[in-house]
Design a protein around this ligand. Structure first.
Ligand code: FAD
Length: 462
């Protein structure tokens, strides 16, 4: 039952239709793409529902809602597309969920500056559509392009298909407008490079809404490429493919797409794409094939990579069509979400193959199979898709324990437990272990900016 004082106060700030409190609305906004199965021991944190959902349509309304939350010491949780897979947008302590979909305008596109200014709730696909007539593309291109928002992607510092060349979402950010936990607005300078003190954009990139609500962003944009070249290469072993990818980067090649995947039925395949201006594209693609051949790679039909590229958004599109607006009980019980876990680990290049071997040793005899190994975008970024054997399916605790063990191993080998999706609910218990004193510094900043701990509490800073 929502506190009537909170509801009345919000209705003084926003029109009644932008303050939602029916059980259906609260259910809809009290889940993202994380399921209890994949939350393991933290699954209990998914149970709490939002007290109310608001849809502000201006930065002033966001400020008013944040000030009210501060006065009432009520938690406040920013919500973008709700596609996060770590539970970052869940109201684990109840409170106000702030859906940013009302801030959905592309405000300007400047080809000369190679930059655009957008509101935080703009869906990435809509940004791409707005850039197309100007002959530009956007450098962050995740599976979830048709749902995820600009601010959600900044707050998770997500990784997309073109990140080999253009970097993760955080690398697209030139400047931000953020409503701080006090209700004040902070605007950073949208310059490519400054040397006048610390760059505060990085307080918000990857911070999952713990330091404020991003309402506007100035983003880099990229001239649509003159040429594109797709290559497919097969390898006898993952190690050979890994050595080839490492050599490509060491040489200074700049692929746009790199995905080296090992799957039981497919073997080891490298999907690669180069784009840009014509001379560089053909030179880079030819050299990449020579590098692969020197590591045992055999070039195969590039149609395989063209197909991969054309279908890259299909899982996000399936999610949008079949899951997004479903009650959380339906989202939680979707078949795929009950049968696997997908890990995305960052390690020094020199440790990746050793790490894989040590994970195999850890998982042996535990009834857990790794059905996919991958290097995505950079040789340092290593993924594993873990599936419990049928005998083990009803025992997520075994999978959860094993996941914690392999993630802790990554931390102990100088790596990070997650490079793509953030921490959220799922990994919050391992964050202090990973960061050490860095975590204490970040928490001190959090306490200084958010003394009432209203902004997305209970996750990054438990
Ligand atoms: C099918 C599918 C495919 C996916 N593929 C990819 C992929 O290829 N690459 C990838 O990186 N991720 C992928 N994801 C995960 C997800 O799409 C990303 O994490 C995405 O960046 C989240 O954006 P969102 O708008 O949905 O954010 P949400 O899930 O709504 O929120 C994510 C986090 O950001 C915070 N937040 C949201 N808006 C704001 C704001 N305005 N200010 C401050 N904080 C805010 C939330 O509180 C939360 O902590 C995928 C997810 C699904 C379901």
């Amino acid at each position: 039952m929502t506190d009537s004082r909170l509801l009345d106060s919000l209705r003084n700030i926003l029109p009644a239709q932008d303050v939602l409190s029916t059980p259906t609305d609260l259910d809809r906004y009290s889940a993202d793409a994380l399921t209890p199965f994949r939350a393991f021991d933290n699954a209990g944190m998914l149970e709490r529902m939002a007290d109310v959902v608001v849809i502000p349509r201006s930065v002033e309304q966001v400020c008013d809602v944040v000030r009210l939350a501060n006065t009432m010491k009520t938690p406040i949780v920013p919500y973008g597309g709700g596609t996060g897979v770590m539970g970052g947008a869940l109201p684990v302590q109840g409170g106000i969920v702030v859906d940013l979909k009302g801030l959905n305008k592309v405000l300007s596109v400047s080809p000369m500056d190679s930059a655009c200014v957008v509101e935080g709730g703009v869906v990435l696909q809509n940004l791409c559509d707005a850039l197309e007539p100007h002959g530009f593309i956007f450098g962050h291109d995740p599976w979830s392009l048709s749902i995820a928002t600009v601010a959600g992607a900044i707050s998770t510092n997500g990784v997309g298909y073109m990140a080999s060349a253009y970097g993760p979402m955080g690398s697209q950010v030139k400047g931000l407008e953020v409503v701080l936990p006090s209700g004040e607005v902070l605007t950073t300078k949208a310059v490519t490079k400054g040397a006048s003190g610390p760059d505060l954009n990085h307080l918000f990139i990857g911070s999952e809404g713990a330091f404020g609500i991003i309402t506007k962003a100035t983003l880099k944009i990229v001239r649509a490429p003159e040429a594109r070249s797709f290559s497919s290469v097969t390898f006898g072993t993952f190690d050979e493919g890994f050595q080839a990818v490492t050599e490509m980067f060491a040489l200074g090649l700049v692929p746009t797409l790199i995905d080296l995947t090992e799957e039981p039925d497919e073997g080891v395949v490298l999907y690669a794409m180069f784009d840009g201006y014509t001379e560089v594209v053909s030179a880079q693609a030819a050299r990449a094939i020579r590098v692969c051949a020197s590591h045992g790679g055999v070039e195969s039909d590039c149609a395989r990579t063209v197909k991969y590229w054309d279908e890259r958004h299909s899982s996000g599109e399936n999610y949008r069509l079949n899951m997004l607006d479903q009650p959380r009980s339906v989202r939680w019980n979707r078949p795929r979400a009950r049968s696997f876990d997908y890990l995305h680990i960052a390690l020094p290049i020199s440790k990746v193959l050793e790490y894989r071997k040590r994970c195999e040793d850890i998982l042996e005899g535990r009834g857990i199979r790794v059905v996919e190994y991958a290097i995505w975008t950079h040789p340092e970024l290593f993924s594993m898709l873990l599936v419990p054997d049928s005998t083990n399916e009803s025992r997520p605790d075994e999978l959860g324990r094993s996941v914690d063990e392999v993630l802790s191993l990554a931390q102990d080998m100088g790596g990070s437990m997650e490079y793509c999706h953030g921490v959220g609910v799922k990994l919050s218990h391992l964050l202090a272990r990973e960061k050490g004193p860095e975590y204490d510094v970040a928490r001190t900043l959090k306490q200084a900016l958010d003394p009432n701990n209203i902004m997305n509490p209970g996750k990054l800073f438990r």
